[in-house]
Design a protein around this ligand. Structure first.
Ligand code: NI
Length: 156
């Protein structure tokens, strides 16, 4: 495994739409293993492949409920609403309030190409929406309704 460099929001790769994964081979597994290591090393909740320069529909996440890999994810249903503070590993030091669905049901493939379906809520749902946005070339900054002063966060 190896750490990958996390691109900054200024990199134009982050505004591009990602292509589906069609080969579930060792190259994909290496990417996933590297993304996992990079995610934990950066102490993040989620990481999408474009953030490490790969324009494929892959993301990894762990919001404290276990590590999970999403390949070719599709949102099936959303409901409810939550507003909370969000950040991104590609936007260090920038935090803002974003409104997201409270409940999200999605389907995705695992690293072997098997489809699974999962329903998540709260922070997990927020993270799924945030990472899926990355696959469309969207960054959370455009959704922020109120910015958070970094000093305000340090008090938490
Ligand atoms: Ni992000």
């Amino acid at each position: 495994m190896a750490l990958r460099t996390i691109l900054n929001k200024r990199d134009e790769i982050l505004s591009k739409k990602c292509r589906p994964v069609d080969k579930f081979d060792s190259k994909l597994h290496t990417l996933l293993d590297d993304m996992k290591e990079t995610l934990y090393n950066a102490d993040g909740a989620g990481l999408a492949a474009p953030q490490v320069g790969i324009l494929r529909r892959v993301c990894v996440m762990d919001v404290g409920e276990g590590y999970i890999e999403l390949i070719n994810p599709e949102i099936i249903e959303t409901s409810g609403e939550q507003t909370g503070v969000e950040g991104c590993l590609s936007c260090p030091g920038e935090w803002g309030y974003v409104t997201r669905p409270m409940n999200v049901t999605f389907k995705a493939q695992d690293r072997f190409g098997n489809w699974y379906e999962k329903s998540v809520e709260g922070l997990f749902a927020r993270c799924v929406m945030h990472e899926c946005d990355h696959l469309e070339g969207k960054i959370f900054l455009d959704l922020v309704t109120r910015w958070v002063d970094p000093e305000e966060l340090e008090d938490k």
